[in-house]
Design a protein around this ligand. Structure first.
Ligand SMILES: Cc1cc2nc3c(=O)[nH]c(=O)nc-3n(C[C@H](O)[C@H](O)[C@H](O)COP(=O)(O)O)c2cc1C
Length: 339
């Protein structure tokens, strides 16, 4: 890669498809788990737009095991979104294993363990990124989950490390792989960086070199060129895209095309972006009801970001209480757009 502006067209992989355990994936692009965003509606749209695998947000293993009603909604899977990975957080191997059984029964194709969440509420309980300080416990968690749900693959998603003094992704990856993890996603940032700032590709390359299971590179990918650079510099088997796919699921298809040597599809028109916003809203309201409208506002803003007049439309939407009003506004906006 020279700069980030040109994209090679030669396929980076001999085969477009690959596997995590017994699960076949048609391409090497993964939608990252994102709390409050990657529900079953967005995951379905992301699959349709070209992701080979979609991931659900972190779910409390303890709450699942206690049959918490609010938590069980995170287990909803749309038949059109498979293959789908659902993620658990927790640090008690037995609780994680019991929760994994529930996630498997709900139809998840893959079950992931969260080793990256930086939020105080989560790390305060020794979960999420705090687990990276204890590779031995990571191994015991993965082992218990694998025993409980095999042949459903168990994977882990980790960070570069807890902080610069504890940059131990390789050690944690080796513990997870030895315990039976079927793939390892590495987000090349530390806990304090949350989801912003420089991403270290070197640590992803080091994990790739240290384990024999597939490694998924994550962090800072916002274009096909970024994805190519991630694969070239780390040797990762697949790329995971988070924030840049919000409001732009087409990016996932563009990256899938580039990684398999196909021409990049043209970007969506402004009208197509508004159409997607409407479809997303309709599907979300059909599933969650009118009361869920506020949760959709951020998605709608992401879809129209950068289109002329978007700020005004966003403000109007923020004052609306009913989805039919919002859809009418978006239709008018769409009709007025020049393309
Ligand atoms: C709003 C938001 C919510 C997130 N929630 C989760 C989560 O539930 N589980 C997880 O493993 N990572 C979570 N992440 C981290 C992403 O999966 C990803 O690792 C991170 O955003 C880096 O990728 P990116 O630079 O492509 O966005 C979240 C990130 C964001 C921005």
């Amino acid at each position: 890669m020279d700069s980030g502006t040109t994209v090679e067209t030669a396929a980076l992989f001999r085969e477009a498809g690959w596997r995590i355990g017994n699960v076949h994936l048609e391409n090497r692009v993964v939608l990252a788990p994102m709390a409050g965003a990657t529900d079953s509606v967005f995951r379905r749209l992301a699959r349709e737009a070209g992701a080979g695998l979609v991931c659900g947000e972190l779910i409390s293993a303890r709450a699942l095991v206690m049959n918490n009603r609010r938590t069980e909604r995170y287990l909803r899977i749309d038949p059109a979104e498979h293959p789908v990975s659902l993620q658990l957080f927790g640090s008690d191997p037995e609780v994680m294993a019991e929760a994994a059984e529930k996630v498997a029964a709900a139809g998840a194709d893959i079950i992931d363990v969260n080793l990256g969440c930086p939020v105080p509420k989560v790390i305060g309980g020794g979960d999420g990124c705090a687990l990276m300080l204890n590779p031995d416990l990571v191994g015991r968690i993965v082992e218990a989950m694998v025993r409980a749900v095999s042949p459903v693959p168990v994977t882990v998603k980790m960070r570069r490390g807890w902080d610069a003094a504890h940059e131990n992704a390789v050690e944690v990856a080796q513990a997870a792989a030895a315990a039976g993890a079927a793939a390892i996603a590495v987000h090349g940032r530390f806990r304090h960086q949350h989801h912003q700032g420089p991403v270290d590709l070197g640590v992803i390359a080091a994990v790739r070199a240290a384990v024999s299971v597939p490694v998924i590179g994550n962090g800072g990918i916002s274009s096909p060129a970024d994805a190519v650079r991630m694969v070239r510099e780390t040797g990762c088997d697949a790329v995971m895209v988070g924030q840049a796919a919000l409001g732009n699921p087409w990016l996932l298809g563009e990256i899938a095309a580039v990684l398999s040597g196909r021409p990049v599809p043209p970007p969506p028109t402004q009208r197509e972006r508004v159409e997607m916003a409407i479809r997303h809203l309709q599907a979300f309201i059909a599933l969650e009801g009118e009361k869920a409208l506020p949760a959709m506002r951020k998605h709608l803003a992401w879809y129209i970001k950068g289109i002329p007049g978007a700020a005004r439309i966003r403000d109007q939407i923020n004052h609306m209480e009913r989805s039919d009003e919002v859809i009418r506004l978006l239709r008018q906006y769409q009709e007025a757009l020049s393309d």
